[in-house]
Design a protein around this ligand. Structure first.
Ligand code: CP
Length: 306
């Protein structure tokens, strides 16, 4: 079993390390993560692995999936969770605003691992740098990265297609989003064709390998995956917000091939309409569900050598 290997101290890039960026991982690391996730979810192994460990869940920005999936993963592994989902109940808000430095030190002082979401890009790295000992997981920082979302996305593709290499992906909507930036960074390890229809029509200069297109119907007909980002997030609201494209059942049935998968990290607005939910194109419920086993695998690997 992979889990036996992990706890025997085999090559494990996650052990005792912060999780800040997808740039930390190669495809062998991701394959290890996915195999452990398979064992933890399909074979129901690993429960009780993290008994005695404590996660601090520090969400300075809104979240449904990232917070709940990390907390569920920790609890399912036998660990404990404390934290906050709303910074207004902490000294980060109100009349006595603590400095970022003091807050970062506090959240890394009380637990073995901290999952943090913050509107300021780079904030999780600042928390990791306090040296207080807790391992830090970036749960999404401003327009930086969302590495665990990408782990979930790739796991979902591997589960659905049995591979990641060879897939043709179309990214629609906002290429500036952290989930897209982490995904594109990780896809450099795989042999994929990547197309994009950014709602603002602009390429992301960080990723020149992405083919920018404008005809949605024609590109949908030749890809295996359409990945929609949210069109706006709290960090991008304002004049830079973009309307984006909308994927609906009629468009997908008329132009997509029968195995086409639609992924979306959620929350969605108009980007994927509700009439897609009951079609075989829907891979976003599986993607959301996979949030727990992938985070279980990640946490198990992070503490694998301890
Ligand atoms: N996918 C994602 O990050 O969702 P939340 O904002 O609800 O955590």
């Amino acid at each position: 079993l992979v889990t036996d290997l992990v706890f025997a101290g085999s090559d494990n890039a996650f052990a005792d390390e912060h999780v800040l960026s997808m740039a930390q991982y190669g495809r062998d690391d991701l394959e290890l993560l996915f195999r452990v996730a398979d064992e933890l979810s399909v074979r129901r192994l690993g429960h009780g692995l993290l008994a005695g460990k404590l996660m601090v869940s520090a969400f300075f920005d809104q979240s449904t999936r990232t917070r709940l999936a990390h907390e569920a993963a920790m609890l399912r592994l036998g660990g404990a969770v404390t934290g906050f989902a709303d910074p207004s109940v902490t000294r980060a808000a109100g009349g006595t605003r603590e400095s970022h430095e003091d807050i970062a030190r506090m959240i890394t002082m009380y637990g073995d691992v901290v999952v943090v979401r913050h509107p300021v890009t780079g904030w999780p790295a600042r928390a990791a740098a306090t040296g207080e000992g807790a391992l830090v997981i970036n749960g999404g920082d401003g327009v930086g990265e969302h590495p665990t979302q990408t782990m979930v996305d790739l796991y979902t593709l591997r589960q659905r297609f049995g591979r990641i290499d060879g897939l043709r992906l179309l990214l629609v909507n906002d290429l500036r989003m952290r989930c897209v930036r982490s995904l594109l960074s990780a896809l450099r390890h795989y042999d994929c064709e990547i197309y994009a229809i950014p709602a603002d029509g602009k390429e992301n200069p960080e990723f020149p390998e992405v083919h920018i297109c404008d005809d949605l119907r024609s590109v949908v007909s030749k890809v295996d995956v359409v990945y929609s980002s949210p069109t706006v997030g709290p960090q991008l609201d304002g004049p830079d917000s973009v309307a984006g494209v909308s994927l609906d059942r009629t468009l997908l049935e008329q132009h997509g091939h029968q195995d086409l998968a639609v992924l979306h990290p959620l929350p969605r607005k108009h980007e994927v309409t509700a009439d897609v939910d009951d079609t075989p194109f829907n891979a976003y419920w599986a993607q959301a569900r996979n949030g727990v086993p992938v985070r279980m695998a990640l946490l198990a690997l992070m503490f694998g050598a301890r």
